[in-house]
Design a protein around this ligand. Structure first.
Ligand code: ADP
Ligand code: ADP
Length: 222
């Protein structure tokens, strides 16, 4: 991100104010900060779901400012899972690949591989409403994984889960990050999540980056 700005409205205060940040390949980077500080907006600009007011976003060597979301080497996982209620788990995971018109047998292999990694193979024929919260979150992760992106964007993906499941999913995400060998950019307002998962933490306040450092340094400095 190079001198990235977001203003909602011409004369409005920037909610993302001069972000200059080099995210490393395969890094687990966590954005923390109070509600409304601009975390989601930042992710959405990286994903292409929000126009950039000023500045540049590169993914690898590629300037992506004007690239549609589906052509970016990323996948996003949302807090509310965003599953299609009338589709089976299988179809939910396969959906993005079908849009890309990938051959059927390739889609089938990719869906089954993702389901195996996430341990949701037994539920492929169920509808989302027949699943627990944790299983639904895994399906949402499955939809991201099958795209095989280099970068995963996750916006508070665990915040709808109960405390016990959150701890379990936290560990699973750390494992998944290693297994996939991808870059994770993760937004949370939960300090424990940030502390346990991050390689580096970006601390935000009122649209400004206050600190970028390892969890040890962020949470021990005065
Ligand atoms: P966070 O994810 O850190 O909670 P957001 O990125 O969602 O914060 O929001 C940052 C700021 O931008 C907030 O003040 C919010 O009210 C404002 N904002 C977000 N989306 C819009 C929008 N569509 N129109 C106007 N203001 C918005
Ligand atoms: P068809 O028109 O041939 O029924 P589908 O799109 O239903 O095509 O299925 C294509 C492939 O996807 C099949 O080979 C099947 O293995 C797999 N598939 C589709 N739906 C499911 C499902 N709910 N559970 C497991 N596999 C499925």
């Amino acid at each position: 991100m190079q001198h990235l700005y977001k203003r909602y409205g011409k004369d409005k205060q920037a909610v993302v104010n001069d972000f200059h940040l080099d995210i490393k390949d395969k890094e687990f980077l966590v954005f923390v900060g109070p509600s409304g500080c601009g975390k989601s907006t930042t992710l959405r600009m990286i994903a292409g779901l929000e126009d950039i007011s000023e500045g540049e976003v590169y993914i690898g060597e590629q300037l992506v400012n004007h690239l549609p979301p589906k052509d970016r080497d990323i996948a996003m996982v949302f807090q509310n899972y965003a599953l299609y209620p009338n589709m089976s788990v299988y179809e939910n995971i396969a959906f993005g690949l079908r849009l890309r018109k990938q051959p059927r047998h390739e889609i089938d292999l990719a869906v089954r591989r993702a389901a195996r990694v996430l341990e949701i193979e037994p539920y492929l024929n169920r509808k989302p409403k027949e699943l627990s919260g944790g299983q639904r979150q895994r399906v949402a992760l499955g939809r991201a994984i099958v795209r095989e992106p280099s970068v995963f964007l996750m916006d508070e993906p665990l915040s709808n889960l109960d405390a016990k499941l959150r701890v379990q999913m936290r560990m699973e995400l750390i494992k998944l990050h290693k297994t996939l060998g991808a870059t994770f950019i993760y937004v949370t307002h939960d300090q424990i999540e940030a502390m346990t998962m991050a390689d580096r933490i970006v601390v935000m306040k009122d649209g400004v980056i206050q600190q970028i450092d390892t969890p040890e340094t962020v949470y021990t400095s005065p």
